[in-house]
Design a protein around this ligand. Structure first.
Ligand code: UD1
Ligand code: UDP
Length: 370
């Protein structure tokens, strides 16, 4: 019998993979005391595989569950039933899940039913509004309630956990592993953006939007705002790597395809996306991960949502909530384009989410769980 601590890491979507990759690598580096087993649910397929390839992670289990335009009910039951088999086979000492996706929630439940302790990476984020973001707010509250080890990125996330009566001894402030992934990628990759067709003499506005609560009218408003901005400003270009979700693809291609100075592109591989963030003048997004990465690259971020579970960079002034009202988006971008002082104020490089050492801190805790 091996004395090593068996760590089963389960993830399924692009952001989970990006944020778990540095941790998996760190667990592998500590193979004298830890055994790393990786299970991907493949809630995402193509955009998950891009990350696995970049970080050279070969999963021990691939549950391959993604279906076209999947729904929350079948996704939840597929993850729950299929991870049960993996957990029973591996018999891990701990299961690690990340964040707030349906994979994280159902895999945490699966481990709880098997009476295996769960570690939650990126614990304690909250908007305190159960429908925003939907279903992520309830997913993360649920994961925090079943897990034992809470790896919280910031002081705020630690406070949120304490408010939920989580004992202090189970809360570890680690920083966010996304900064580990970002710093590693920016330092080690040398990628070209030439094939995107962007012009060097135009300012680049990077847009990403995929949240469920923005489906329908909100995403159409975002597209209309972008149309108005490129019409008014001949010195800008917009680049939008469009999420593969059909609820995003359809309205975005209907409204923005083949418009001069708007580039609709496929989701970029992470290293290219980091290079694109670095090249951008302003970032418009409803993504969680991008809100954490862009401030440390010194890029102003306008968040296409009314609430955020990541208030730290808003407090620093590099991130602003603009929601999805067309006129408000246009006015806020226009102010940043026109007012140099306002732009400079938002373009401070701040790093409230981590220092690149979060995975190391988590591994130190894992080594002591037995
Ligand atoms: C999911 C997460 C969300 C996270 C987001 C990151 C849930 C409920 N939602 O939302 O929290 O912010 O991922 O991107 O967990 N698709 C593909 N190829 C892919 C990925 C997706 O074709 O590689 C299409 C499929 O038709 C799939 C659909 O997108 O059915 C939706 O995927 P799903 O994971 O259910 O929702 P997301 O909107 O991606
Ligand atoms: N990202 C990427 N390629 C893209 C768009 C985003 O690699 O074309 C990265 C981005 O840097 C961030 C993560 O994907 O780390 C965010 O994923 P997403 O927006 O899908 O999910 P969220 O963060 O909102 O959960």
């Amino acid at each position: 019998m091996s004395n090593k601590i068996k760590v089963l890491t389960i993830f399924g979507t692009r952001p989970e993979a990006i944020k778990m990759a540095p941790l998996v690598k760190e667990i592998e580096k500590n193979s004298d005391s830890l055994e790393s087993i990786v299970c991907v649910t493949a809630q995402h397929r193509q955009i998950l595989d891009q990350v696995l390839e970049l970080f050279n992670i070969k999963p021990d289990f691939d549950l391959d569950i993604m279906k076209d335009n999947q729904n929350l009910w079948s996704l939840t039951s597929d993850v729950l039933l299929k991870t049960k088999e993996v957990i029973e086979k591996v018999k891990p000492d701990i299961v690690l899940v990340h964040g707030d996706t349906t994979t994280s929630m159902a895999a945490a439940l699966s481990a709880f039913y098997a009476k295996v302790p769960v570690g939650h990476v990126e614990a304690g984020l909250r908007t305190f509004d159960k429908y925003y973001p939907f279903p992520e707010e309830i997913n993360r509250v649920f994961v925090d309630s079943v897990c034992t080890y809470h790896f919280a990125p910031t002081d705020k996330s630690c406070e949120n956990l304490k408010k939920s009566q989580i004992p202090d001894k189970h809360i570890y402030k680690t920083g966010n592993t996304v900064i580990d992934a970002l710093l590693y990628t920016v330092e080690t990759s040398n990628v070209s953006l030439n094939d995107l067709g962007l012009k060097d003499d135009l300012k680049t506005i990077l847009l990403t939007s995929h949240r469920r609560e923005n489906f329908g009218e909100p995403i159409r408003n975002i597209c209309k705002a972008v149309l108005e901005l490129v019409e008014k400003n001949k010195d800008i270009q917009v680049v939008y790597p469009v999420h593969p979700n059909p609820n995003v693809q359809k309205p975005v291609y209907e409204l923005l395809d083949k418009v001069d100075r708007i580039h609709l592109i496929k989701p970029l591989e992470y290293a290219q996306f980091c290079a694109l963030m670095k090249k951008s003048h302003i970032i418009l997004t409803d993504s969680g991960g991008v809100q954490e990465e862009a401030p440390s690259l010194g890029k102003p971020v306008l968040v296409l949502r009314d609430t955020t579970e990541r208030p730290e960079a808003v407090e620093y002034g590099t991130v602003k909530l603009v929601g999805t009202d067309k006129n408000k988006i246009v006015a806020t971008v226009q102010l940043l384009l026109d007012e140099k002082t306002e732009y400079k104020r938002m373009a401070e490089a701040v790093n409230p989410y981590g220092d690149g050492l979060a995975s190391k801190r988590i591994v130190e805790v894992l080594k002591k769980i037995k």
